[in-house]
Design a protein around this ligand. Structure first.
Ligand code: SF4
Length: 707
């Protein structure tokens, strides 16, 4: 490891987005720390985006940190300081009482894609193995569960096939429902550098907004929200009709081609142009570029996933790569961009309500028995767990009595926030384990457990391209804050399961998880802390110590399905999430701005980052604003079926008429300034992935009214 050669240097990984950029932190002789991008890291090659550059400032500014446990024995009392024994004994006693009285499904854990893999693993083992329920879900449910389901249905496993180096070998890049110029900036810089060096490489962007990504594309398809399947079905039909497919690959490595062809009858570009509301000539150009390209790379994110048709969107897009036979070779394939730094780690260890560790299947009795035997418990529950939004429903209707929230802020990030307030008010116990007093969810906590933050604990993460890295500990946590694994293991001990959680350190947790991956698609038997400290990173699978890791999957064109073939899916066009209504004439879509991360508990502390977008805003087309009696800078009232918000208007012709955009980062900043976008978004989920449709709400907009 570099830091062994140089004790003044540590190498770690950015804790914001799924790009997973490498970071170097140096300590000078006066003890001052400086942070730079790691020039040797294969993801970022020394570059960092604005958020990453200010990470050290966030880590060293501890004014907002939670320093000691707090509790309130009864709801009507204020939170007061307590000690770890009192707090964890209270939580353990309450969990015991609730489980004895109502059964194990009365308790649940809501965790985060920002946890380290070791933390995710311990939480999963605790909940699924010992509490006896599958009620653990991650906030990753909100960002990538549709991609997980799409990969499984099409490719047979939740297995992103490509690596970042494929960007530099691609010939045509289709970015759908993503704005990597702002949300995955370092990856986008690689795309821009590739295009600068190879002007023949085409970039097509599909987005209802002319984002910073769309602005530099060769072609922007500004589709109507919710028409993605129409578009990809029409493109697939065009590729088939014009011979832009790989018949040999289709015949030997896919199934379902005939059904797909039958389904695509009538899916013309002309029809798609009308329904998607884009010029036919643009669709024809996109279809020709995709068709003729020898290496098509498709990238997507929340615009496809956060939809009631999230899985359908994924399947329709993956069809394009499969009929072209462009997967498993350099420069090509489908690639979902993960939002969070370790969303992939949570998928690997099974920290979601419908998963088991190492991509085992919760519905498979043999898989459940295998994991139970490994953990030394009699059996795992055969009842499905509650997903992120289902847990809130279950709190509200009384099925769920206690919720333990770790490293996530559902009071701002879940849809239909008024529903959360009702649910939390019903709960018997809400535990919030977090680093920051800025987390809005603290308002609902009965017990607050202060956790260690980035640089204050060690562990591993997996980035979007399946690259596992090691993050060392550099700083002591402030006050009485503790690493998340310490808190979970101490709770397990108080529940009487100390024997199964008696780890000496995080490396023992990692080694245990590694043993559980043996023989599975995510086999990392060849990975250890020692190897990661030496080589810096390895891409899974990596089944032996002398295995180099796997940059690219499916290179032999065999897929982990019963037939060994990838599956083509005839994807029906979905109904709109909410029917059109004259009372709510606009479609609201939500998303990120460049310099903020999630609910701003970290980035909101940095003045330089706040300067980029100082306050929430409603992005609106000037024609729509004029029709509503609004001007640039005036305050609009936005009303949906679930709530109301007042936000300043920002006019731009870059958004489609009839569509408006709100960033999702802000909370109720003051009594009068409320930027909680998710107040307006109804809780509707994809029927397969259970991912909420955070990108679609019908709203009415007008000047503020006096009441
Ligand atoms: Fe961090 Fe993502 Fe920026 Fe890289 S691109 S520095 S991982 S936020």
């Amino acid at each position: 490891m570099e830091s062994r050669r140089d004790p003044t240097l540590i190498k770690t990984t950015c804790c914001y987005c799924g790009v997973g950029c490498g970071i170097e932190i140096r300590r000078d002789r006066w003890g001052q720390l400086t942070l730079t991008g790691d020039p040797e890291h294969p993801a970022n090659r020394g570059q960092l985006c604005s958020k990453g550059r200010y990470l050290l400032q966030v880590a060293l500014d501890r004014d907002d940190r939670l320093l000691y446990p707090m509790w309130r024995p009864r709801r009507e009392m204020p939170l007061t300081r307590t000690d770890w024994d009192t707090a964890l004994d209270h939580v353990a006693a309450t969990f015991r009482r609730l489980i004895d009285r109502y059964g194990p499904d009365a308790v649940g854990f809501y965790v985060s894609g920002q946890l380290l893999t070791e933390e995710y693993y311990v939480a999963t083992k605790l909940v699924k193995g010992f509490l006896g329920t599958h009620n653990i879900d991650s906030n990753s449910r909100l960002c990538m569960s549709s991609a997980v389901a799409g990969y499984k249905l099409a490719l047979g496993d939740d297995a992103p096939p490509i690596c970042y180096d494929d960007i530099e070998q691609s010939q045509c890049i289709l970015i759908a429902g993503a704005n990597p110029a702002w949300c995955h900036p370092i990856l986008f810089r690689r795309i821009e550098a590739h295009r600068a060096a190879h002007p023949e490489v085409r970039l097509i962007v599909v987005d209802p907004r002319r984002t910073q990504t769309a602005a530099v594309a060769d072609l922007h398809l500004q589709i109507r929200p919710g028409t993605d399947v129409v578009l990809y079905n029409a493109l697939a039909a065009y590729l088939i009709a014009n011979g832009y497919i790989d018949p040999d690959f289709i015949a030997h490595h896919t199934e379902g081609f005939e059904a797909l062809c039958a389904h695509l009858q009538g899916a013309t570009l002309e029809r798609a142009a009308r329904l998607c509301d884009v010029p036919l000539a643009d669709l024809q150009r996109a279809a020709e570029w995709i068709g003729r390209s020898p290496a098509l790379l498709t990238l997507w994110a929340m615009g496809l996933n956060q939809s009631t048709a999230g899985v359908a969107n994924n399947l329709a897009l993956i069809n394009l790569s499969l009929i072209k036979g462009q997967i498993g070779r350099p420069g090509m394939g489908p690639f979902s961009l993960t939002g969070q730094p370790n969303a992939m780690g949570g998928r690997e260890v099974g920290a979601l309500a419908n998963l088991l560790p190492a991509h085992r299947d919760l519905n498979n009795p043999a898989h459940r028995a295998e994991v139970a035997a490994f953990w030394g418990v009699p059996a795992l529950s055969d009842r499905p767990g509650l997903t992120a939004t289902e847990m809130i429903d279950a709190l509200e209707d009384g099925r769920l009595k206690a919720l333990w929230i770790i490293g996530t802020n559902p009071a701002l990030s879940q849809p239909e926030l008024t529903r959360l307030e009702r649910a939390f008010a019903h709960a018997e116990l809400v535990v919030v384990q977090d680093i920051s007093s800025r987390a809005a969810t603290l308002r609902w906590a009965d017990v607050v457990l202060p956790a260690a933050a980035w640089l204050e604990k060690q562990g591993t993460m997996t980035n979007s391209e399946r690259r596992i890295t090691y993050l060392p500990r550099l700083l002591d946590p402030p006050g009485e804050a503790r690493p998340d694994v310490w808190i979970l293991c101490d709770f397990a001990r108080r529940m009487g399961w100390g024997h199964a959680f008696a780890y000496r350190d995080e490396s023992e947790i990692f080694d245990e998880y590694v043993r559980l991956t043996r023989g599975t698609p995510v086999d990392i038997s060849g990975v250890s802390y020692a190897r990661l400290q030496c080589e810096r990173s390895v891409q899974w699978p990596c089944p032996a110590p002398d295995h180099p890791g796997t940059p690219r999957l499916f290179t032999d064109h065999r897929f982990p399905t019963p037939s060994g073939r990838a599956r083509l899916h005839p994807v029906p066009e979905p109904e709109p999430p909410e029917p059109p209504s004259p009372a709510f004439p606009f479609i609201l879509t939500t998303g990120r701005v460049r310099d903020q991360w999630h609910t701003r508990t970290k980035t909101g502390k940095v003045a330089r980052l706040n300067r980029h977008t100082p306050e929430p805003f409603l992005e609106m087309h000037p024609d729509d604003a004029a029709a509503c009696g609004l001007q640039d800078g005036s305050v609009a009232e936005i009303t949906s079926r679930t709530g109301r918000l007042q936000v300043r208007v920002r006019l731009t012709p870059d958004i489609k008429r009839g569509v408006v955009f709100l960033p999702m980062h802000w909370g109720q900043e003051t009594e009068t300034a409320d930027g909680r976008a998710n107040v307006l978004v109804p809780c509707r989920v994809d029927p397969i992935s259970r991912q909420p449709a955070l990108k679609f709400a019908r709203v009415q907009i007008g000047p503020i009214r006096r009441r």
